[in-house]
Design a protein around this ligand. Structure first.
Ligand code: SF4
Length: 333
């Protein structure tokens, strides 16, 4: 029977996710009457969040601007699109303006910083090596779009071979080995990223790493907590959608240290998991709402009303400013 729960702190929403969700809610409220809001890509990588925004605010999610024409046949749209926290290639922004639409850019500022630096180094004639875990991840697509001719996608070393579009860090070649800069997706495993950069540094001794790390504070803090808690628990529950990069890295790290289960919500829990588990760790991805964590706690309290909950650590105090609409004014009727 579960006697003790270690709740990771920090866990759940990061500043980028809070900003992005607020941006959608504010834009939907302000544009009410003009029509429905369109969001480019899942605003954050969590199904529950996306579903709530759809239900409460009637937003439409598109993966490609070409889907808008079909949507317009069925719905009145507010001619405004919100870009997700993961960022977009500049070509998407240009296309939106060409369409005569406006946009609200909810790209996390920490992703924007990587975009700006990648573009800067590409403009200086460097080859940009972008380390990621999937060529399909929206953040990777966005950063790649800043300087596609100068950028080579490189697999974080644990993902070598998982996607032929990601080069192997041990064999990747560049036009000028003296001019190479490295950037990373913001949500990778800290340890795997360090290993990958070490491999690249051995191959390209003049490798430039403009920032100490592109991995964001939220990624690092959540991973640190998992590493701290995992040795003390029989089972680690990681609340994350399966397509959340930062959430899946938490699950991988927890799995490497103890038994771990990934769940979307408390509805996924099975009583038999807890038969031999006296202590349980719980964490949640940067896009997982806190009420889902509280549902899991409530479930465990039903199994054992005397449950001890240990929650140490500090909440983060970082906040990002909300973006405003950019583009042609709406012709209000
Ligand atoms: S996980 Fe990090 S980079 Fe991604 S939105 Fe949150 S703060 Fe920004």
């Amino acid at each position: 029977m579960v006697e003790r729960v270690y709740l990771a702190k920090p866990r759940g929403f990061c500043a980028g996710v809070v900003m992005a969700i607020n941006a959608v809610e504010r834009a939907a409220a302000e544009l009410k009457g003009e029509g429905d809001l369109v969001v480019y890509h899942s605003i954050v990588h969590n199904d529950v969040v996306v579903e709530r925004l759809r239900r409460r605010h009637g937003v439409h999610i598109v993966e490609d601007l070409s889907e808008i024409a079909e949507l317009e046949k069925k719905h009145k749209l507010a001619r405004t699109i919100v870009f997700s926290a993961h960022g977009i290639p500049p070509s998407v922004r240009e296309e939106v303006l060409r369409m005569g639409w406006g946009y609200v850019d909810a790209t996390c500022p920490l992703v924007t910083k990587v975009h700006s630096e990648a573009r800067l180094y590409a403009d200086r004639g460097y080859t940009v090596l972008l380390i990621g875990d999937s060529a399909d991840h929206q953040e990777v697509r966005g950063t790649l779009g800043e300087a596609p001719e100068s950028t080579i996608l490189v697999a974080v070393h644990t993902h070598v071979g998982s996607d032929p579009r990601l080069a192997d860090p041990r064999t990747v070649t560049v036009p000028d080995p003296e001019k190479v800069a490295v950037f990373t997706q913001t949500t990778l495993s800290v340890d795997d990223t360090d290993r990958t950069i070490e491999i690249l540094k051995r191959r390209f001794p003049k490798l430039v790493q403009p920032s100490r790390s592109d991995l964001c504070y939220a990624t690092k803090n959540r991973q640190d907590q998992v590493k701290l808690i995992a040795p003390h628990v029989d089972l680690f529950l990681v609340l994350t959608s399966s397509y959340s990069s930062n959430g899946m890295r938490l699950f991988e790290i927890a799995s490497s240290l103890t038994q771990a289960r990934r769940i979307d919500t408390a509805a996924d829990l099975r009583e038999e998991w807890f038969a031999d588990a006296r202590s349980v760790g719980i964490t949640s991805a940067a896009s997982t709402p806190e009420d889902l964590v509280q549902d899991v706690l409530a479930y465990l309290r039903r199994l054992n009303p005397e449950l001890e909950v240990i929650e140490e650590g500090e909440w983060e105090q970082i906040r990002f400013r909300e973006p405003r609409r950019v583009g042609p004014p709406l012709e209000r009727s």
